[in-house]
Design a protein around this ligand. Structure first.
Ligand code: GRG
Length: 314
């Protein structure tokens, strides 16, 4: 089975036109995340110009608040998850100069807690996802100097469990998506030596099931999105070869929908989240014709190369 690139491009392009569907309105709070998932998938598929740049940039800027944070949709409260997506999309379209990024950097930094962790917004939920968002965002903006990096690293380090994995908060069960968040943040901060790579690599490799797909933790079902969370983590710790690449590639390709888009597993309905992470997984596996993805940022390598030639990540 081969990757149906053009159908996936058409599928992503069609998403913003389906405004008469329940799904469209049920996912309103995720609109900015959706723009990031779609535009990143298009860029990795080699069709970064498939959407109108100005329209995308305007859509992102419409979600901006005066404090520098971004909401999931215009008039939605600012949140760390949508703020990272906004910055990633603006960076991908080389449009960071269109927003007051200094205010955004200050908004993000204001959510760091004394123990180094990050809250998702003003209401104070703590999660390693938000720590990743904070570190990734500030690194893209070249403003890691605004936070207590040592405290963030101490918090991340303390989150590593006996099995080598990481969870959503101190002491929480290891979960592959949170492994990406913690390892990704440590990679961005150049602190990967703190990870027990053999132990973590073993736990990650055990996520592969007989059908080639990966799950997110023991006894759970396979899901295409773990092709990103698991594989990017293995890539960052230099152990990508610890899983069976051919079987994973076949699993991802078999989750393609005949009308475009990729689903969580074969036979299910496709969505843009799984489309991005399926394409990202294939890119890390070296699938021909795909643009390389940066495992630390989940952005095209060409974009992060351009960004960090302007300013050092520190
Ligand atoms: C830039 C790629 C990128 C991410 C930014 C938001 C974020 C940082 C990471 C999100 C990580 C996360 C927690 C993803 C959710 C993955 C997922 C499918 C969770 C489902 O959890 P369960 O318990 O699934 O329903 P399992 O598979 O364990 O049954």
């Amino acid at each position: 089975m081969a990757l149906d690139t053009l159908k996936h491009v058409q599928y992503i392009k069609s998403l913003d036109k389906k405004t008469d569907t329940l799904e469209y309105w049920m996912t309103a709070h995720l609109r900015l995340n959706g723009i990031y998932w779609g535009t990143t998938a298009l860029a990795l598929l080699g069709h970064g110009d498939a959407l109108d740049r100005e329209q995308v940039v305007e859509q992102v800027l419409a979600c901006r608040h005066s404090n520098g944070g971004y909401g999931g949709n215009p008039d939605h409260d600012p949140h760390m998850l949508s703020t990272l997506s906004a910055i990633q999309v603006l960076a991908t379209y080389d449009a960071l100069d269109r927003a007051d990024t200094e205010a955004t950097a200050k908004y993000v930094a204001s959510l760091q807690q004394p123990d180094g962790s990050f809250a998702g917004d003003q209401w104070g939920e703590i999660d390693t996802r938000f720590l990743y968002c904070g570190v990734s965002c500030l690194s893209i903006l070249g403003r890691l100097d605004l936070i207590d990096v040592d405290a963030a690293v101490r918090y991340l380090s303390a989150c590593q469990n006996f099995d080598g994995g990481f969870g959503s908060v101190l002491g929480a069960e290891s979960h592959a998506a949170l492994v990406f968040c913690c390892v990704g943040a440590l990679a961005i901060l150049d602190q990967l030596h703190l990870v027990d790579a053999d132990r973590l690599g073993w736990w990650l490799a055990e996520r592969q099931l007989k059908n080639g797909g990966l799950n997110g933790r023991p006894e759970k079902l396979e899901d295409v999105c773990y092709s990103w969370w698991v594989l990017s983590s293995l890539s960052m710790i230099g152990r990508l070869h610890w899983i069976n690449k051919d079987k994973l590639q076949e699993f991802i390709l078999s989750a393609q929908d005949e009308d475009g888009g990729i689903a969580d597993r074969p036979g299910d309905m496709p969505d843009v989240f799984h489309t991005l992470f399926g394409v990202c997984g294939l890119s890390l596996l070296g699938y021909p014709g795909l643009q390389p993805v940066d495992p630390r940022y989940c952005m095209p390598r060409a974009v992060t190369d351009r960004l960090f030639s302007h300013h050092p990540r520190e």
